[in-house]
Design a protein around this ligand. Structure first.
Ligand code: SF4
Length: 358
C-alpha cells in the first residue's frame, strides 16, 4: 500500500485512507537521518526536522503540507527542491466563521483527492468514505477513553501512535488491554501498597509524587519525538502536565462524527469535524483556541502555563502576552531551538519556573 505522510492536524487521515492509501502523521525525530536543504537560521526546528525526515524516510510516496503557517509553506518548497516524493500544499483558510471558508476547505479536500488518485489511489464511493469515517471514529473514541488512564508522557505517545496509523494504534490498545500501560496511571494507592518493592512500589512512589505535584498546562506548537522528555523534566522539577494543549496532544483531535449526518454526506461531516472544530493558533479570529483554553485550564486546575514555542514560530510568539492576559496565570515562554540535545537549559528553566510557583 502506498504511504502518504503529513504534519498538520487539518489533514484528515480518513480521507487519505478512504482513497486506499496509508496515512502517517509524522512526528519527526530531533536528528533526521538526512539534513534538509532548508536553512538553519530563520527556520522553525520542527518544520526543518519534518522536511529532513520526510525527504529521507524510505517508502514515502507523497507528502501533504498545509498553508497554516509560513514555515510550512516554505517547507513544501524545500521538499520539492530536495527532489523527494511529490508534495501537495493544501490551502487551509485562516478564517473559519463563514460558509465560504468551509467551502474552500471542502474544495481543497477534493483537490487533495485528485492528488491522491495521481499517486495511485482511487476516489472513494460515498459508502466507502462513510465506512472509513466510522472506523476512524471508533478508534479515536477508544484512544480518548485510553488517554485518561495514562500519565502525561504516555498520553502524548499514545496520540503519536494513533497518528502513525491504524496498525500501530491497534497494537498499542491491545497492550493497554493487557495492562501494558507505557506510563503508570495517576492513582493514589494504599499505605500497604506504597511499601511494596519492585515495579509496584516504583509505580506507587511515582503516583505519590504526582499527587503532590504542581498541576501545569503545556500549551503550544508540535513536539518532535524526542521532546516527550519534556514531560519527565517537568515531573523532575515537581510539576505535572494536567493539560496537554500542544499541537501534538488531544487538543487537535477532530470532533466525534455525527453518525446520521455521516451517512447522508460524509464529506460534509469530515469538514465539520476538522475545519469546524479544531482550535488552533493560526485561525482568525483565535477565539476558539482561547475558549478551549479557558474551559480546559479551569478543569485541569493548572497553576501555570508552559508555552512550548519553536523558535522562529511567529504565531506562538505573538500569543505570549495574550495568554498571560486572558488566563491570568504565570507563563513560562519556553523557546526551543532543537539544539539543547541534553535538555539541560530547558530543564533549568522549568526548574526555575517551578520554584517561582511553589
Ligand atoms: S511550530 Fe509554528 S512555525 Fe513551526 S510548523 Fe508549527 S506553526 Fe509553523
Amino acid at each position: 500500500m502506498r504511504t502518504v505522510v503529513y504534519s498538520s492536524p487539518f489533514v484528515p487521515a480518513e480521507w487519505l485512507a478512504a482513497h486506499g492509501l496509508r496515512p502517517v502523521r509524522l512526528r519527526p525525530g530531533a536528528g533526521a537521518p538526512a539534513e534538509s536543504l532548508g536553512p538553519i537560521m530563520g527556520m522553525c526546528p520542527y518544520a526543518r526536522a519534518f522536511v529532513g525526515e520526510a525527504a529521507s524516510m524510505p517508502g514515502v510516496d507523497g507528502v501533504v503540507l498545509t498553508t497554516t503557517c509560513d514555515q510550512m509553506r516554505r517547507a513544501a518548497e524545500w521538499l520539492a527542491l530536495d527532489g523527494g516524493p511529490p508534495v501537495f500544499l493544501m490551502n487551509v483558510p485562516a478564517t473559519w466563521q463563514t460558509p465560504a471558508a468551509a467551502r474552500l476547505y471542502r474544495d481543497e479536500l477534493q483537490r487533495l483527492g485528485r492528488f491522491l488518485v495521481g499517486l495511485g489511489g482511487a476516489p472513494p464511493s460515498r459508502e466507502r468514505l462513510a465506512e472509513t469515517l466510522e472506523a476512524y471514529d471508533a478508534r479515536r473514541a477508544a484512544l480518548r477513553g485510553a488517554l485518561g488512564a495514562l500519565g502525561p508522557r504516555g498520553a502524548s505517545e499514545a496520540v503519536a501512535r494513533f497518528d502513525r496509523g491504524a496498525e500501530a494504534h491497534d497494537a498499542a490498545l491491545r497492550d493497554l488491554g493487557r495492562g501494558g500501560s507505557p506510563d503508570p496511571p495517576r492513582l493514589n494507592r494504599t499505605r500497604g501498597a506504597q511499601d511494596a518493592g519492585g515495579a509496584a512500589g516504583q509505580e506507587t512512589r511515582r503516583a505519590r509524587a504526582h499527587s503532590q505535584a504542581v498541576p501545569l498546562a503545556l500549551v503550544g506548537g508540535p513536539l518532535r519525538r524526542d521532546d516527550v522528555r519534556l514531560f519527565d523534566a517537568i515531573e523532575r522539577a515537581g510539576g505535572l502536565v494536567a493539560l496537554d494543549g500542544t499541537e501534538s496532544g488531544a487538543r487537535t483531535l477532530p470532533a466525534p462524527f455525527d453518525r446520521r449526518r455521516l451517512r447522508d454526506d460524509p464529506l460534509l461531516e469530515l469538514v465539520d469535524a476538522y475545519f469546524g472544530a479544531i482550535p488552533d493558533i493560526f485561525r482568525r479570529p483565535d477565539t476558539a483556541l482561547h475558549e478551549w483554553l479557558g474551559r480546559e485550564l479551569a478543569a485541569s486546575l493548572a497553576r501555570g502555563i508552559i508555552l512550548w514555542r519553536n523558535v522562529w514560530c511567529d504565531l506562538w510568539a505573538a500569543s505570549v502576552v495574550r495568554l498571560r492576559e486572558t488566563t491570568g496565570l504565570p507563563v513560562l515562554d519556553l523557546d526551543v531551538s532543537g539544539e539543547d540535545a541534553g535538555f539541560g537549559r530547558t530543564g533549568d528553566r522549568i526548574q526555575a519556573f517551578m520554584e517561582m510557583l511553589r
